[in-house]
Design a protein around this ligand. Structure first.
Ligand code: HEM
Length: 489
């Protein structure tokens, strides 16, 4: 005799159905196409195995990928899963990567009134725990109205053409001093074995001159400035600790892991060394438009110091890396040095710099939190999802640039210029895009060609070693870097 169906039976059946729906089971009679049509949601985006709670972060700790080779990891993801793939962070929060030009454009264009870039969570945690120093998590990490207030209060002068134009004569002097330092430090055959050390000094000197308004003397051969060296070291340590807390297993959210402690120490040091530099500001600092604009801003006093810390931290290391990548490309392409010397319009210099940013950006991907629901490569991605625009990967694709892996400054000039610029609009974005774009962009875009021009006028630059890169939250040239600088006669 048949037993009557009980509530428990119904509940069990429902639970079973839910389980199959949850794991994405497709009955054999259901065509795959139909399933794809119904299920093209974020959870269907392909990607590596995600574990409960820790998502895909295990890959960099017990998996086969190294945090120092994150760009290689993303290359591998593209190879395995295609132009859209998914990682998962703590609590299985999805992070979608897009490589297709149209998807990158969609994401960057639809970020709303106050674009959101996901904060570096460990830095935000540290700063929130120190209200005596930080009134907020700072311009780089804040969101929404608070970010907008900081951005308008703190960066208007830094981004203005007048500020940068007024700074250019000083930048010429800095470039000249750097060339002089190279002459003093090279061996008889012109070789320098640790160019990164000198490039770091240039990054410090130029960024401090712009932000603090005075020459610090970091380019004087025998002068050592302990505070500056420690500041540069702390900035480096801070980037590495950001990488390790971001890509590693997220235990630091529960207790202070060694990586989190390193991050705290570097944050503390950056703050203290920057405070020291600010404290010793002398008369000349009064002329600094940037420094004075920060000090005069109508904001909480704590925000002013943390803005200076953030400007120095954001500028020093990025400038060093970008300069090294640029010099490397020039050293590998002697015909470009000739063209720089022949070109009186200086457009070739800028083209070399753009081409280096296309091939070797120090920031390999742009992160955004989507503001509206989007469709990316056919998948529905709802508002509030973290998306990484994989611009470096897109820039290396033949679908976007002919002979994509070759260094060809000419693509930015003459008849090729329009085509390149149209494709590059959302892809060659070394300083980011839109309202959240790097406020140091104008400074760097002017400073790098100045340094390059002086270098090429004074030296024949060559290198024998291929340049490897290492990921330290920024893509950096692997040290030591050796190049040869022979006097140009
Ligand atoms: C070669 C040098 C540099 C590169 C490649 C670079 C790159 C970037 C990138 C990619 C972003 C993210 C933008 C976005 O999400 O759309 C950014 C943000 C930022 N950069 Fe730079 N940067 C450089 C130099 C500088 C300098 C010299 C300063 C300051 C003096 C600076 C200050 C900042 C700040 C404060 C932000 C956060 C902006 C915001 O969220 O509103 N950067 N930078």
């Amino acid at each position: 005799m048949c037993e009557p169906i009980t509530m428990l039976d119904i509940f069990t059946c429902l639970l079973g159905a839910l389980f199959f729906i949850f794991i994405g089971f497709r009955p054999p009679w259901q065509p795959k196409k139909l399933q794809d049509f119904r299920h093209k949601e974020v959870q269907d985006i392909p990607g590596p195995l995600s574990l409960p709670l820790i998502g895909t972060r295990w890959l960099f700790t017990i998996g086969r990928y190294q945090m120092s080779k994150i760009p290689e990891f993303y290359k591998d993801m593209l190879r395995k899963y295609g132009v859209i793939f998914k990682e998962e962070a703590l609590y299985n929060v999805p992070i979608i990567s897009v490589v297709e030009r149209s998807d990158i454009e969609t994401v960057l264009k639809s970020t709303g009134k106050w674009p959101m870039r996901p904060p570096t969570a460990a830095v935000a945690k540290y700063r929130k725990a120190h209200p005596e120093r930080y009134a907020s998590t700072g311009l780089v990490n804040e969101q929404g109205g608070k970010w907008h207030f900081l951005r308008t209060s703190l960066t208007t002068v830094l981004t203005s053409p007048k500020t940068i134009n007024d700074f250019l004569p000083q930048m010429e002097e800095i470039a000249d001093d750097w060339c002089h330092l190279i002459k003093q430090r090279r061996y008889r055959d012109g070789r320098i074995d640790h160019l990164e050390e000198l490039a770091g000094r240039l990054g410090l000197e130029a960024t401090c001159a712009l932000v603090l308004g005075r020459r610090m003397g970091f380019l004087i051969e025998d002068q050592r400035c302990e505070v500056a060296e420690k500041l540069a070291q702390s900035v480096h340590d801070n980037f590495v600790a950001c990488r390790d807390t971001y890509f590693g297993l997220p235990f630091w959210t529960a207790f202070p892991t060694p990586n989190y402690k390193k991050l705290c120490e570097s944050e503390r040091n950056m703050y203290e060394f920057a405070s020291e530099l600010i404290k010793t500001a002398d008369e000349s600092t009064k002329d600094s438009a940037v420094f004075q604009s920060v000090l005069g801003a109508h904001i909480d006093e704590r925000e002013k110091k943390s803005a200076i810390v953030d400007f120095l931290a954001a500028g020093i290391y990025t400038l060093k890396n970008s300069l090294l990548f640029l010099l490397y490309q020039i050293a590998m392409n002697p015909e470009c040095q000739k063209k720089i010397l022949e070109d009186t319009t200086k457009t070739y210099l800028k083209a070399c710099s753009m081409e280096t940013f296309r091939l070797s950006p120090t920031v390999h991907a742009l992160a955004r939190v989507t503001d509206t629901d989007l469709v990316l490569s056919g998948y529905k991605v709802s508002a509030g999802t973290v998306v990484l625009c994989q611009s470096a990967l897109a820039c290396q694709s033949e679908r976007n640039f002919n002979d994509a892996k070759a260094f060809k400054p000419e693509r930015w000039l003459n008849e090729e210029k329009n085509q390149t610029s149209a494709t590059a609009a959302y892809l060659v974005t070394p300083f980011g895009y839109g309202k959240r774009i790097c406020p140091g962009k104008r400074f760097i875009e002017n400073a790098l060609p100045i340094v390059l021009e002086q270098m090429v006028q004074k030296f024949v630059i060559t290198t024998e070693r291929p340049l490897e890169v290492v990921f330290e939250f920024l893509v950096s040239p692997k040290e030591p870097i050796s190049m040869t600088f022979k006097d140009r006669t």
